[in-house]
Ligand binder design. Structure first.
Ligand SMILES: [Zn+2]
Ligand SMILES: [Zn+2]
Length: 326
């Protein structure tokens, strides 16, 4: 049966998973409006990150005159800011969901707890391993890209978009970045599954069969460089410093939120904030599926879409077998 529930999960959202209605035929204008509304105008991750980017820019970002010349002081300031941001988001979610188990098993996808110990992990445990790679490498590479972009903008090497000259583009750029993310992430993620790169680089992220908030940005340094290299597009596509902050914060902070292992944060019995996507959670368990996100259906186009149904599962197991025997 195509709609039979999938075995081995504590919680499964409504399946089959639906991708953005902008890519579903026939077009349904109401669904399209609802998608934009739900993903932008309810209290969502995207809006929260826009707010974080604005706060970072106005209060915690050295001005462009200063970033014209590389100096230890302002770079350290940005590094500390990012360290605090990452720790607050991933650490906060971890405390909430796993240390204090505030939500119990409610909306938790995988029934199992995170792995306490395991020889496959750096420092001997999943959480220690994940924190180590996130803070040790992830935040460093993230800051390095910000430093590069701010230095380049200040010196006129990267084009600048201002609110005064281009208010429409200024707003559209926020909508464009998640779409670009979906495209970029799909392709680099498939590239990382090429056996050589998988073995030497991406396997580190896949130590996490079951995921928690710290798993999101737990990657090999080479993967951090590839993954966060997304922001280099702003050497071609003009942006404002707020967009640069948003772009990288979107990648790093949603890495934590999409790996919480829970569908949403429940407040007073209502799903208040959508978090981890089942789509990517299945990638961690089933591996050869769902490289991208639901924002743009690249997985659908290229036959790697697992929509969470048992039928889809059989198809993916076939793919996996083929991959493993390579
Ligand atoms: Zn992967
Ligand atoms: Zn992942």
């Amino acid at each position: 049966m195509s709609d039979a529930p999938l075995k081995g999960w504590n919680h499964v959202p409504d399946v089959p998973l639906k991708v953005s209605p902008f890519f579903t035929w026939p077009l349904r204008p109401m669904d399209m409006l609802r998608w934009v509304w739900n993903s932008w105008f309810l209290i969502t991750e995207k809006l929260i990150i826009v707010a974080i980017a604005c706060i970072s820019f106005y209060w915690f970002q050295p001005p462009l005159e200063e970033t014209k010349t590389l100096a230890f002081g302002w770079i350290a300031e940005m590094y500390v800011r990012n360290l605090v941001l990452m720790t607050a988001v991933a650490g906060g979610l971890h405390l909430y969901f796993y240390t204090f188990t505030k939500q119990g098993q409610k909306l938790k996808y995988d029934p199992r707890p995170l792995m306490k110990n395991g020889r496959q992990f750096t420092l001997g445990g999943q959480i220690r391993d994940n924190i180590f790679w996130t803070l040790g490498s992830g935040v460093g590479v993230w800051t390095a890209y910000e430093v590069l972009m701010f230095w380049a903008m200040a010196n006129g090497y990267a084009p600048m978009l201002t609110w005064a000259a281009n208010p429409v583009w200024f707003v559209v750029m926020f909508l464009f970045i998640p779409l670009w993310e979906s495209f970029y992430f799909y392709w680099i993620h498939r590239l990382l599954h090429v056996p050589f790169l998988y073995k030497h680089v991406h396997a580190l992220h896949h130590r996490n069969v079951n995921v928690g908030p710290w798993s999101g940005l737990s990657m090999h340094p080479v993967e951090h460089i590839i993954y966060l290299g997304t922001v280099l597009i702003h050497f071609v596509v003009a942006a404002h410093p707020i967009h640069i902050l948003f772009h990288l914060q979107y990648y790093t902070l949603t890495a934590a939120t999409t790996h919480t292992g829970f569908e949403a944060l429940v407040v007073k019995d209502e799903n208040r904030l959508k978090l981890g996507t089942f789509h990517h959670q299945m990638h961690h368990r089933y591996f050869e599926c769902n490289y991208g996100s639901l924002e743009m259906p690249w997985d659908k186009f290229f036959g790697s879409f697992h929509d969470g149904t048992a039928e889809s599962n059989e198809r993916m197991q076939e793919r996996r077998k083929r991959f493993m025997s390579q």
